[in-house]
Design a protein around this ligand. Structure first.
Ligand code: NAD
Length: 260
């Protein structure tokens, strides 16, 4: 049986990588999905591929009104909202704190925290009333960097810790109406982008090197692809998880056994 039959989902950052894989998996499980992303091209491809099961909004997760437009679109198109997946994010590519100038440090902080943290605050705020109506749930995409050092530099690691704080407090405040959980993927082969202020301070590695490094670091030795994580999202989104809230489900090839 389809696990998400008839569910209406709002997801941010669904035009690429992990978010796109989640959109595809949710639709296969019977859901209809509204996607907010800043990539108009990526959203165009998604519409062509998925047709009537998807609605798209070109926008920026740092702009509250863009989330409002997306939630309104979901409700107008599909009659309700059951699930929010706050997934859009950017990376610092392991930029070293000591190397980065104070100005770049500040610019990087503003840009990365606005997208990774404020983007999740805004998504949750814009969706909360509709989710209350349906007794729905929220899922945040966090990361192994939300627990361990060396999953990114200080900006990314601190931002993912902050998202976990947001989910725990929201799970507490929004119970019993709304469940709030997270998926923590390990290193995954995607186009996750390095924010501009840090580009002068990092080495961008090719995909083959990245795959080898991801494989070496996790005990299951998987060079993880976005599709490897979708089972965790489907489970947390579904009614089968009705007793789960405040939980972070690691999908990382077993990093918990050894850390990053
Ligand atoms: P990705 O770049 O393939 O996908 C991110 C999507 O978010 C893109 O479509 C991008 O256009 C969108 N986006 C970025 N900033 C945005 C903004 N301001 N407004 C609207 N859309 C925006 O990368 P991904 O790896 O799939 O990343 C998805 C999530 O997974 C992120 O939260 C990331 O931190 C997390 N994550 C990634 C990895 C990894 O190794 N790739 C590991 C753990 C967690």
């Amino acid at each position: 049986m389809a696990e998400l039959a008839g569910k209406s989902v709002y997801i941010t950052g669904g035009a690429s990588g992990i978010g796109k894989a989640v959109v595809e998996a949710f639709i296969k499980e019977g859901a209809v999905v509204t996607v907010l992303d800043r990539s108009a091209d990526g959203l165009g491809e998604l519409e062509q591929q998925l047709g009537d099961s998807v609605r798209t909004i070109t926008g920026d997760v740092t702009v509250y009104e863009d989330h409002q437009r997306a939630v309104q679109c979901a409700v107008e198109a599909f009659g309700k909202l059951d699930i929010l997946v706050s997934n859009a994010g950017v990376f610092d590519a392991f930029a070293k704190f000591v190397d980065v100038t104070p100005q770049a440090m500040s610019d990087a902080y503003d840009m990365l925290f606005n997208i990774n943290v404020k983007g999740s605050f805004f998504a949750a705020k814009a969706a909360v009333d509709e989710l209350k109506r349906t007794r729905g749930n929220m899922i945040f995409t966090v990361s192994g960097a939300g627990f361990y050092p060396d999953g990114g530099g200080v900006w990314y690691t601190a931002s993912k810790h902050a998202q976990i704080g947001l989910l725990r407090q929201l799970a507490f405040e929004l119970a019993p109406d709304i469940r709030v959980n997270a998926v923590a993927p390990g290193g995954t082969l995607t186009a996750l982008s390095v924010i501009p202020p840090l580009r002068p301070f990092v080495n961008v590695v090719d995909n083959e090197t990245k795959a080898k490094s991801i494989k070496r670091r996790n005990p299951l030795q998987i060079a993880m692809e976005p599709e490897d994580h979708v089972g965790a999202y489907v489970l947390l989104a579904s009614d089968k998880a009705r007793a789960i809230t405040g939980e972070v489900l690691a999908s990382d090839g077993g990093l918990v056994v050894r850390g990053l």
